[in-house]
Design a protein around this ligand. Structure first.
Ligand SMILES: Cc1cc2nc3c(=O)[nH]c(=O)nc-3n(C[C@H](O)[C@H](O)[C@H](O)COP(=O)(O)OP(=O)(O)OC[C@H]3O[C@@H](n4cnc5c(N)ncnc54)[C@H](O)[C@@H]3O)c2cc1C
Length: 399
């Protein structure tokens, strides 16, 4: 096995996982990161729910990704492996009611990161901060540190530079022109897991949540809950629709089923002939305060007509005028095309350079699927490099 260091650029979850798995196999690993600290986006992910992975049978789990080439990668280091790995670094987890897997209450995101970095240090992984990757060739790369360029040679290089949202975390996508200049095909980055900006202003409902609803666009449906914001709507069923609405002409209309367990006819029967519609909606249909306020925003001729109102309860229209600005979304779709990569995630044009994480062209919904893919890809390249080296040394007679 080669003893020259493996260079990893980017200390996000995918790069850190590759580093750990390589170091555990005896490799010397050196990470370069442009920020002053590691994994800032990983910490940002911890501000809301810190979904590290998802509890789900693997056959269903892999279907959450749009890219079938990820199937063997996710299977090789899956949600169960993530839970075991977290336990090994000292992080217990629990499964939330929605299947999302979180660190046990009381364990903060920074604690998870600190335990992870401690583990990496114990394995001898070196992380150098404030080094920005600016160029590369077959066996050499350029880093800029405190305005000075340094050239470094490598035997193997892993790029784990992230997507293009939340630039302040370091994921600034400045790697795109660098790779494009080497004729690597990049699918343009687009907002993914993004809220929708709506034509109608729902700011009077800002912060209010609609639960147990189904969001629909054409024949795509997703149950869940979402929240109104000053600009529109956010929430996991909305993020799920992104993939299907992204390339459609805007504005477009999505529909909400506010009473998923009742038919239009049964709703109509419960409000027909009632003088006080709001009271009937609350008492006979258990319509929540938020849903009621939303229905009251309908034109009066609809709200007071049981037939039209029951239709609106099952098919409440929300007109979407745009996605959120790319810098504010949870993740980006697009990135290095899988056409450029072999099955080990090495660039076909540069077989000793591997690319992992959100910088590749795949997408998945929130709920732990994004981080899981990053962990899986990190573990995958480590295994691929190990197997490749084992094979090469066996045919060259090294021991
Ligand atoms: C608000 C928010 C909430 C989220 N919540 C969740 C969640 O709960 N569950 C989930 O699964 N996912 C969540 N995500 C998504 C998840 O955090 C990302 O998908 C994941 O961090 C991507 O990991 P990565 O290693 O590919 O890249 P990143 O985490 O983006 O790391 C890339 C690293 O590379 C460094 N870098 C970039 N360019 C250079 C360069 N030229 N030179 C040197 N270093 C460079 C960056 O500084 C950064 O440290 C969330 C994201 C956001 C923004």
């Amino acid at each position: 096995m080669s003893t020259s260091p493996i260079v990893i650029i980017g200390a996000g979850p995918s790069g850190l996982m590759a580093a750990q798995k390589l170091a555990e196999k005896g490799y010397t690993v050196h990470i370069y990161e442009q920020n002053k600290n590691a994994a800032r986006k990983f910490l940002v992910a911890g501000h809301g729910g810190f979904n590290l992975t998802h509890h789900e049978p693997i056959e269903d789990f892999i279907q959450r990704y749009d890219q079938r080439l990820l199937d063997p990668i996710i299977r090789s280091f899956d949600n169960e492996d993530t839970i075991k790995w977290l336990q090994e670094i000292g992080v217990e987890t629990y499964v939330g009611s929605s299947g999302k897997i979180f660190p046990t209450p009381g364990i903060k995101p920074i604690t998870v990161l600190q335990l992870w970095i401690k583990k990496l240090e114990s394995l001898g992984v070196r992380i150098s901060y404030e080094y920005t990757f600016t160029n590369f060739a077959k066996e050499e790369l350029t880093l800029t540190h405190k305005s000075k360029n340094q050239n470094i040679t490598f035997s193997k290089l892993i790029l784990s530079l992230g997507g293009g949202s939340w630039k302040k975390t370091g994921s600034d996508a400045k790697w795109i022109p660098i790779l494009e200049s080497k004729e690597i095909e990049i699918t343009p980055l687009q907002a993914a897991n993004s809220g929708y900006e709506t034509t109608i202003n729902y700011s009077i409902l800002e912060g209010c949540v609609l639960k147990n609803i189904e969001v629909r666009f054409e024949n795509i449906r997703k149950k869940g809950e979402f929240v109104f914001t000053s600009y529109g709507v956010e929430g996991s069923p909305i993020y799920y629709l992104n993939r299907f609405t992204r390339n459609k002409k805007l504005p477009l209309t999505i529909h909400i089923d506010l009473k998923i367990n009742q038919s239009t006819d049964s709703i109509k029967d419960k409000i027909k002939g009632k003088k006080n519609i709001s009271k009937a909606l609350k008492e006979n249909l258990n319509i929540t305060g938020t849903a009621l306020k939303l229905l009251q925003m309908l034109p009066k001729n609809i709200f007071t007509n049981p037939e039209l109102l029951s239709e609106a309860i099952k098919n409440y229209p929300i007109e979407v005028k745009s996605l959120r600005p790319i810098d504010e979304v949870i993740s980006t779709s697009g990135g290095i095309s899988f056409n450029e990569l072999d099955s080990s995630l090495a660039l076909k044009k540069y077989p000793n350079i591997y690319c992992i994480g959100e910088m590749l062209d795949w997408e998945a919904p929130t709920g732990g699927y994004l981080l899981q893919a990053c962990f899986s890809m990190g573990a995958w390249v480590a295994q691929q490099i190990y197997e490749h080296d084992k094979y090469t040394s066996s045919i060259s007679g090294e021991h």
